[in-house]
Design a protein around this ligand. Sequence first.
Ligand code: HEC
Ligand code: HEC
Length: 206
Amino acid sequence: MGIHTQPARLLPGSLIAALLALGAAGPALGDDDDHNDEYDDYHEHGERHVGRWVEPGEDVRPVSNAAYAEECGACHMAYQPGLLPGAAWQRIMAPDALMDHYGDDASLSDDVRRELAGYLTTHGAELSRKSRARAFGVGDSGSGTLPRITATRYFRNEHHEIPSRMVEGNPDVGSFSNCNACHQGAGDGVYNEHRVRIPGYGRWDD
Ligand code: HEC
Ligand code: HEC
C-alpha cells in the first residue's frame, strides 16, 4: 500500500481522484500497512477534510454528541459508539445496568438516558463503514454480565501479546479499559498501532 505514503497535497488532482478510487476499493481490516507514520503525520496536521483520503486515519467515528461526551466521559474516556454493537450498548444503557455499572453507579435521568442510548445504538459497530469499527461488532462482547469492548474477540486478538506488567501492573494504565492511556489518538478515534505509547515503556514494536 505504498501509495498511501504520499501526502495528498503534493499530488495533482487527477491522480488524487484515481488514488481515492483505488482506496475505496482496497482492503483495510488486518492490513497493518494501511496505516503508517507518514500518514499519521499528515493526519496530525489537522487536514482532515479532503474526503475519503484521510478516512483511514480514524478507526472509529469520533464522539459527536456533547451530552454523551460529558456524561459518559466523566469517569473514563467517552468510548466511541463504534466500539460495540448496538445490542451491547442497549444492555449497558438499561436503567438497572447503569445503576450497577461495572461496580459504579452511572445512573441518568430517563430523558438523558434515552437520548444517549439512541445515539449509541444508531452509531453502533455493525452500522459503521469503517472496517476496524465493524470488527468490534463481530461475535459476542462478553457473556453473562455487562458487555465489554475489552471482551470482544477483536480486542482480545489485538492485545493478547501485551504483558500484564504493562497494564494491570502499570500505575499509569491500570486496566485495558483506559484506551487513551496507551493510544495517543484514542480521543479522535485513532487506534492504529503506530500511535501506541505505553506509559513507562514507550513505543510498541512487535
Ligand atoms: C461513575 C463513573 C462512571 C460513569 C459516569 C460511566 N462509567 Fe463506564 N465504567 C466505569 C467503570 C469503573 C468501568 C470499569 C473500568 C474497568 O474495568 O477498568 C466502566 C466501564 C465501561 C465500559 C466497559 C469498558 C471495557 O472494559 O471494555 C463501557 C462500555 C462503559 N463503561 C460505558 C459507559 C457509558 C456508555 C457511560 C455513560 C452512560 C458510562 N460508561 C459512564 C465508570 C463509569
Ligand atoms: C496497555 C496499553 C493499551 C491499552 C490500555 C489499550 N490498547 Fe489497544 N493496542 C495496544 C497495543 C500495544 C496494540 C498493538 C498490538 C500489536 O500490534 O501486537 C493495540 C492495538 C489496538 C488495535 C488494533 C490497531 C491496529 O493497528 O491494528 C485497536 C483497534 C485497539 N488497540 C483498540 C483499543 C481500545 C478500543 C482500547 C480501550 C478499550 C485499547 N485498545 C486499549 C495497547 C493498548
